[in-house]
Design a protein. Structure first.
Length: 256
């Protein structure tokens, strides 16, 4: 039986992790929705409804399952409360769990299973600790199968998980692991803004100003090309988010 002191450390660690997961989930999403983005919310609901119907009609199709899970992740971002968010995430998790049984080598199924587990973890306190381990497992598997998926998504997600989670003994947080994965995501897809933004934000957090400045210069150099590649309705919310974060980073770098 755990001592009262050990229980207190566990509760404190999980509470910290619970807060950190809000940061993590927003960051790992490349199509995260803005708080007042009614158009994006309506589109996410339409995509979710269609993907759910397609998956329900052929639940044994692995591609249908992970595409539903991808849509569910975005829909969960729109959820009005934790009860609705958990219900959406749990359905997507069931779909992806079945998908990885049918096809253990499906990188997208493992990847989106990890993302929807993150959405579910946002609604939990103590239960989030167990979910974090499972998120790590599925993102590591996705990385081993296809590390290039979603522009280095597995490494990006792992990097943010290690960055935001509390360290040992409460959880799996590790600055060294976070930097390794975030840098590898940049190596895999250097022109994808999310990768350099995540790395630069981590470097600023760690007070590595020279390294952060180098990432900001690289972002500025690649920004126009990235805008030309990532166009259309799917990327509107991402660009709003990326531009705000870039501006915030530059403001922090100017501050003494």
């Amino acid at each position: 039986m755990k001592s009262r002191q050990a229980q207190s450390r566990l509760v404190a660690g999980s509470a910290c992790l619970f807060r950190a997961l809000f940061v993590l989930v927003a960051a790992v999403a490349t199509t995260a929705l803005g708080a007042g983005d009614d158009i994006a919310r309506a589109r996410a609901e339409a995509v979710f409804t269609k993907a759910r119907a397609t998956w329900t009609a052929a639940p044994d199709d692995v591609t249908n399952a992970w595409k539903f899970a991808r849509a569910a992740f975005d829909q969960a971002e729109c959820a009005p409360d934790d009860r609705h968010r958990a219900a959406i995430a749990e359905e997507a998790i069931r779909a992806c769990r079945a998908a990885v049984v049918r096809d253990p080598r499906s990188a997208p199924a493992h990847y989106y299973l990890g993302l929807d587990l993150a959405q579910l973890a946002r609604t939990r306190t103590l239960g989030a600790l167990k979910l974090v381990r499972e998120m790590e497992k599925h993102w590591l598997t996705a990385k081993e199968i296809d590390e290039t998926f979603d522009s280095g998504g597995p490494d990006r997600s792992l990097g943010l998980l290690y960055l935001e989670a509390p360290g040992w003994p409460a959880s799996i947080g590790s600055h060294a692991k976070a930097r390794t994965h975030l840098e590898h995501a940049v190596k895999l897809a250097p022109g994808f803004p999310e990768n350099r933004l995540c790395l630069a934000e981590a470097l600023v957090k760690w007070k590595k100003r020279d390294d952060a400045a180098a990432q900001l210069r690289a972002l500025d150099a690649s920004w126009s090309d990235a805008k030309a590649r990532h166009t259309g309705d799917d990327w509107i919310s991402s660009w709003v988010d990326w531009e705000k974060r870039l501006a915030a980073l530059k403001t922090k770098m100017k501050a003494k």
